[in-house]
Design a protein around this ligand. Structure first.
Ligand SMILES: NC(=O)c1ccc[n+]([C@@H]2O[C@H](COP(=O)([O-])OP(=O)(O)OC[C@H]3O[C@@H](n4cnc5c(N)ncnc54)[C@H](O)[C@@H]3O)[C@@H](O)[C@H]2O)c1
Length: 383
C-alpha cells in the first residue's frame, strides 16, 4: 500500500484540547494505527508540525512524542508549501487572525470552535475560505460521542414520534482557584480574552440541536456571572468579566423547544457532565456523552401526585439501555478522519466554517438576548 504524508501545522498544541484530544488522541493515535486507510490503495500518514509561542514547551512536547518538527514562526510555517493543513486550537481570541492568515496562504484548515468571537468575523472566514477554494472543517465533537450517536439513531428510526422538547443540563463546579486550583484556564473567565460560557457552549448547542432535531429559529437566554472573583494560574486574584452560567431556551424548526442550562457553577447530580432528555409523543430518551436510555410510551408509568406517600415507582430503573451496536472511536479522532478523507478524496463534509459561523451567531444572539431581556429570532445564515 502506498503511504502518502499529510503535513499538518498544529497551533495551540500545548493547550488542553490541542494536546490531549487533537495531538495525542487523534493524530498520534492515527499514526500508531499505521495511518488512515483511504480505501484506494493509499494510506494517509499525518505528520504534525507543532506551532506555538513558547519554544521550550514545544521542544519538550516534541521530544516526549518523538516528533521532529516544531516552530514558533507561524508565518514561516504557512509559507512552507509542504504544509497541507493548518489546525488551530489556540485561545479563542487568537483564532480569527490566524485562520485568516492560513486562508490567505492557501492552506486547508481545521479548527476548534468557536471560529471567531463575533458573528461577522466567523461569516467572513467562511466566505474567504470558499473564495480561496480551500477545504475547511470545524470541530463538532459532540456529534461523534456514543451517547449522541445513539440518540441520533433513535431520532432517525422514528422512535420519538413527534418530538416535543429537549432538555439539556451541562456543567460542573469549576474551582475558583484560591484553595483548590481551577481546572479550566483563567482566560475562560475573562470576556476580553474570548472567555464566557455562552461563547464556549452555545456553538456546541447549535450544531447538536441542528443536527439532531432541527435548526434553531429563536433564542432567549439569561446569562450571568455567578462567581465574580477567581484566582489565576499564578494564584493571583482577578475579576471574572465573562459569564459562567447561561440558561437558554431555543425554538427549533419543526416546533420542538429546547431548554439548556450551561454552568461552571453547579455541582453534578447526574450520571454525566452533559445530559439531554428528549420527550416525544411515542417515547423519550436521556443521552449523555456515552450512554443513552429510552422509554417507550408502552412502558411509561402513570404517576399520581401525592406528596403524602413515599414514591413507590423506581423511575430511573424503568428506562431501557440503548445498545452500542458497534464500536465508537474517540469523537475527535473520528471527525479528524472524516476531514482528512475530505481533503484527500474530496468526500462531502458538512461541518465546515459555515456551520461554525452558525454556532458563533447563536452565541452572539444569546448574549444579546440576555442583554436586552428578550427573545430573538435566529435568521438563517447567509454568507
Ligand atoms: N471542542 C471542545 O469540546 C472544546 C473544549 C474545550 C475548549 N475548546 C476550545 O479549544 C480552544 C482551546 O481551549 P483550551 O481549553 O485547550 O485552552 P488552553 O488555555 O489549555 O490552551 C490554549 C492554547 O492557546 C495558546 N495561546 C495562543 N495565544 C495565547 C494567548 N494569548 N494566551 C494564552 N494562550 C495562548 C496556548 O499556548 C495554548 O496552546 C478554545 O477555543 C476553546 O473554545 C473546545
Amino acid at each position: 500500500m502506498a503511504v502518502r504524508a499529510v503535513r499538518i501545522a498544529m497551533n495551540g498544541v500545548t493547550g488542553r484540547m490541542g494536546y490531549r484530544q487533537h495531538l495525542v488522541r487523534s493524530l498520534l493515535a492515527l499514526r500508531e494505527q499505521g495511518g488512515l486507510d483511504l480505501g484506494n490503495g493509499t494510506t494517509l500518514m499525518p505528520e504534525p508540525v507543532l506551532v506555538g509561542r513558547r519554544e521550550h514547551a514545544l521542544a519538550a512536547l516534541a521530544a516526549r512524542h518523538g516528533l521532529r518538527e516544531w516552530t514558533t514562526d507561524l508565518e514561516a510555517v504557512l509559507a512552507d508549501p509542504s504544509v497541507d493543513i493548518y489546525f488551530d486550537s489556540q485561545v479563542t481570541s487568537a483564532r480569527e487572525d490566524a485562520l485568516r492568515k492560513a486562508i490567505a496562504a492557501g492552506k486547508h484548515l481545521y479548527t476548534e470552535k468557536p471560529t471567531a468571537t463575533r458573528s461577522e468575523g466567523a461569516r467572513e472566514l467562511a466566505r474567504l475560505a470558499r473564495e480561496a477554494g480551500v477545504k475547511h472543517g470545524v470541530v463538532q465533537d459532540k456529534l461523534f460521542l456514543p451517547g449522541l450517536r445513539k440518540l441520533k439513531r433513535l431520532v432517525d428510526g422514528g422512535f420519538f414520534g413527534r418530538i416535543l422538547s429537549v432538555r439539556g443540563e451541562f456543567g460542573y463546579w469549576v474551582f475558583e482557584g484560591d484553595w483548590q486550583e481551577a481546572q479550566r484556564p483563567s482566560w475562560n473567565y475573562r470576556a476580553e480574552h474570548g472567555g464566557g460560557i455562552v461563547v464556549d457552549m452555545f456553538p456546541h448547542w447549535e450544531y447538536v440541536l441542528h443536527h439532531l432535531f432541527g435548526r434553531v429559529t429563536s433564542v432567549q437566554a439569561h446569562v450571568t456571572t455567578h462567581i465574580p472573583r477567581r484566582w489565576d494560574e499564578r494564584g493571583e486574584p482577578y475579576r471574572a468579566t465573562a459569564d459562567d452560567a447561561a440558561y437558554g431556551i431555543f425554538e427549533l424548526e419543526g416546533g420542538a423547544v429546547a431548554q439548556i442550562n450551561s454552568s461552571w457553577a453547579v455541582r453534578v447530580h447526574r450520571d454525566e457532565l452533559v445530559e439531554f432528555q428528549v420527550d416525544g409523543t411515542e417515547g423519550s430518551a436521556v443521552a449523555g456523552l456515552r450512554r443513552c436510555r429510552a422509554q417507550h410510551r408502552s412502558a411509561t408509568p402513570k404517576p399520581v401526585w401525592n406528596p403524602d406517600l413515599p414514591q413507590a415507582e423506581p423511575f430511573r430503573a424503568q428506562w431501557q439501555e440503548v445498545p452500542d451496536n458497534g464500536e465508537f472511536d474517540n469523537g475527535f479522532k473520528a471527525q479528524w478522519e472524516l476531514f482528512l478523507r475530505h481533503v484527500a478524496l474530496d468526500t462531502p463534509y458538512a461541518w465546515d466554517l459555515a456551520a461554525g459561523a452558525r454556532g458563533v451567531q447563536l452565541a452572539e444572539l444569546g448574549l444579546r438576548s440576555a442583554a436586552e431581556g428578550r427573545r430573538l429570532p435566529v435568521p438563517e445564515l447567509s454568507l
